[in-house]
Design a protein around this ligand. Structure first.
Ligand SMILES: [Zn+2]
Length: 403
């Protein structure tokens, strides 16, 4: 039999270590024997990997577990306080920052309104939020392991912001600006990709390998998860489904096209319709619209019904293209779930083929306003583990490789 080269052995070791860590992370507290049974790795390999992980502070040994007789096994826990991560959701009119542990639990959050989109102004606000979150982090072996930022625009595979139309930014190197200031690795991602990742890991998309996250805020963006992996396209900018044409000669969009989905089914579209159809002066605000809807204001209910129909029309295209198990509606429009779910379902029932109808679930974000910030934070955590040569996996069935 051909012997393994050193490179192969290192790779196998990395894979096994990742698998052991993921079993402890997802199924802990577990004993070494249980890990061996779960992964098919022999006990000696498991012990070596566990010893390394304990040495690196990623795993703690605590107490004793149940045993049918004899000595009780020592149980292993993932040390989610080995370090902390920061996630930033840069909206067009707000910034939300969270400090999380390595399992994505929020330790602290900061939220500010943004009334300017000038780059220097926004950069300084982001820096002050990060500064604040760093100050509030508890002592830990690794400190702040990374910073993730979700932005509303095109981001390429090198984390450069190519174009953020609603912020009016082009070719912005935000990653470098923030890294220069804090000397901590920074990941920049499109906000819908960050939201998809967050919901897939911690929210409405858990255990759902194929899903589309539709982020409906000022515009519409989508994050595509295929076989548990985020699909970003050849250069990183896949998922701009807010610019699908849904009206052949419709309203002119800033992207250059006409009749784009986001011209009819976004927060901007809703607020524009509210200004045109309601007499009140202060209706240009989602809080006011929500409270009017709760009071049963028929004009507002009618606007939300139209919004739901347009969301449904766009979703028929999305579902016909991807055949996802679930579509998750997130970002600021998700708060109107009670009023938009019926028109969405009605349009899908009328327009989708029966094969799609029975197989796709419409869900709303479970993480609410935190999905983007949590997704951004978890990108930073994944990057940290990748640098440490251990990968965090989402797959449910781990199988180890013997050297
Ligand atoms: Zn467009």
């Amino acid at each position: 039999m051909k012997s393994l080269r050193t490179g192969d052995q290192n790779l196998i070791k990395q894979i096994n270590k990742s698998i052991v860590l993921n079993v402890i992370k997802n199924k802990g507290p577990v004993s070494r024997a249980q890990i061996s049974k779960e992964t098919g790795l022999n006990k000696a390999t498991v012990s070596t990997m566990v010893a390394e992980l304990i040495n690196e502070s990623f795993v703690n040994e605590i107490g004793a577990g149940q045993s049918s007789g004899g000595r009780k096994p020592v149980m292993l826990y993932f040390n989610n306080h080995a370090g902390y991560s920061i996630g930033i959701d840069l909206g067009v009119n707000y910034i939300l920052g969270v400090l999380t542990d390595l399992s994505g639990n929020i330790i602290r959050e900061t939220n500010i309104r943004l009334n300017e989109t000038d780059l220097e102004f926004v950069r300084d606000k982001i820096i002050s939020i990060i500064d604040n979150l760093i100050q509030s982090a508890p002592e830990s072996p690794y400190g702040i392991v990374g910073i993730g930022i979700g932005v509303p625009g095109h981001v390429n595979l090198e984390h450069q912001i190519l174009f953020a139309p609603n912020l009016k930014w082009r070719n912005v190197y935000l990653k470098q600006m923030i890294e220069e200031k804090f000397h901590i690795p920074v990941q920049i991602e499109n906000e819908a990709n960050a939201g998809a990742h967050g919901e897939h890991l911690y929210g409405a998309g858990k255990m759902t390998p194929n899903l589309i996250y539709v982020s409906i805020g000022i515009g519409i963006g989508t994050g595509i998860i295929i076989n548990n992996q985020l699909y970003t396209g050849a250069t990183g900018i896949a998922g701009e489904m807010g610019h699908l044409t849904i009206e052949a000669n419709g309203r002119k969009c800033s992207c250059g096209n006409r009749g784009c989905w986001e011209m009819y089914a976004s927060e901007n579209a809703l607020l524009k319709a509210a200004r045109q159809n309601l007499e009140e002066d202060d209706v240009c605000d989602l809080d006011v619209l929500e409270s009017e809807a709760k009071k049963g204001n028929l004009k507002v209910l009618n606007l939300l019904n139209h919004l739901g129909e347009y969301i449904g029309i766009g979703l028929t295209n999305v579902i016909n293209t991807f055949n996802p198990q679930a579509v998750i509606i997130g970002n600021r429009i998700a708060r109107f779930e009670n009023w938009i779910i019926n028109p969405i379902e009605r349009i899908l029932k009328d327009r989708l083929s029966c094969y799609h109808k029975t197989n796709t679930e419409i869900r709303f974000s479970a993480l609410g306003k935190h999905s983007i910030a949590l997704g951004a934070s978890s990108f930073a955590i994944s990057h940290f583990f990748k640098e440490k040569k251990v990968k965090t996996l989402v797959t449910s069935q781990p199988t180890g490789l013997e050297e």
